[in-house]
Design a protein around this ligand. Structure first.
Ligand code: NDP
Length: 288
């Protein structure tokens, strides 16, 4: 069994980013990312902090806009428009989820598609479906695909089963894996909460992408011998032995699934670090 280290592959992606940033600096250009946070959800705050820190570590221009939970839809739209018009900003990301009174879809649509480094704008969703390389692909599935490529996992002709159909992970993952070319050409099955007899389907998979949001949901019975498993899940579960009182686990019951696998990602240290690395890569692409 091979443990696919997202930490190691993410470091490789960041090294490529450093090279690209140096090349852009030689042309007098510096990629800039603006991350907008509304409210004070602790998990969102932590994500925004780590994105800002990674930008600064790489020498990107980073703007962190922290707005109160009382920010109105119109005020937020005005901030997005200002960032759309700011030539020093190439990527804009509005941290999800916003407070309930905010219409998230309308905010995403207000972002200039050329600065939509999250890849959630309808123009970029369409470009992914059309296999148009000028679009932005959501960072998490893009990171999963890069993990498969770097680990030497052949997707061409493989049966990939995706568990989860969200717009952030499952759906774009399916489009990437079924696209023509490197890291694609797979036969893709997308499953979700209404799928009947999930295990009978996942057991036919050469590659399983688990993006469900339920701790340890994928068990040994879901996986055939020799499968490759990419665990996207990040779930907090109680852990009295840890200082924080909780620990992070994936959607896959790692201990019982790993021995059956040809390769598997851990949580933490798997898909998580790739998401942020691909965000940096998308911001550089936007600047270019
Ligand atoms: P969503 O809640 O948006 O989607 C979950 C999907 O899982 C849905 O399509 C849902 O089906 C499906 N599902 C739920 N229960 C079952 C079930 N019993 N059987 C089969 N399918 C089921 O979550 P996200 O896609 O946003 O995230 C998924 C996980 O990935 C979470 O743990 C999240 O924290 C993590 N994540 C990690 C990232 C990273 O950087 N590593 C980035 C983004 C997410 P239905 O559509 O029918 O409801």
């Amino acid at each position: 069994m091979t443990l696919i280290s997202g930490t190691a592959v993410a470091e490789k992606v960041l090294e490529e980013c450093r090279r690209d940033i140096a090349a852009l600096a030689a042309l007098g250009r510096k990629p800039g990312l603006a991350v907008v946070l509304i409210g004070d959800d602790p998990a969102s705050r932590a994500y925004v902090r780590s994105k800002d820190k990674k930008c600064r570590d790489l020498g990107l221009h980073s703007v962190k806009l922290e707005l109160p939970a009382t920010t109105t839809q119109d005020e937020l739209l005005a901030h997005v428009r200002a960032l759309n018009n700011d030539p020093a900003i190439h990527g804009i990301l509005v941290q999800s989820p916003p407070p309930k009174h905010i219409d998230e879809a309308a905010i995403v649509r207000a972002i200039d598609p050329a600065k939509d480094v999250d890849g959630f704008h309808p123009v970029n969703v369409a470009k992914l479906a059309l296999e148009d390389p000028t679009g932005f692909v959501p960072c998490t599935p893009l990171g999963c695909q890069r993990l498969l490529i770097d680990a030497g996992i052949e997707t061409n002709g493989a049966h990939a089963v995706i568990v989860g159909r969200s717009m952030i992970v499952g759906k774009p993952m399916a489009l990437l894996l079924m696209a023509k070319g490197k890291g694609g050409d797979a036969t893709v099955t997308v499953t979700h909460s209404r799928t009947r007899d999930l295990a009978s389907i996942t057991r036919t998979a050469d590659i399983i992408i688990a993006a469900i949001g339920r701790p340890h949901f994928i068990r040994a019975e879901h996986v055939k011998d020799g499968a490759v498993v990419i665990d996207v899940g990040i779930n907090r579960i109680d852990d009295l032995t840890s200082e924080k009182g909780y620990k992070l686990v994936g959607d896959v019951a790692f201990d019982e699934v790993a021995p059956k696998c040809r390769a598997i990602t851990p949580v933490p240290g798997g898909v998580g670090p790739m998401t942020i690395a691909m965000l940096m890569a998308n911001t550089i692409k936007a600047c270019r």
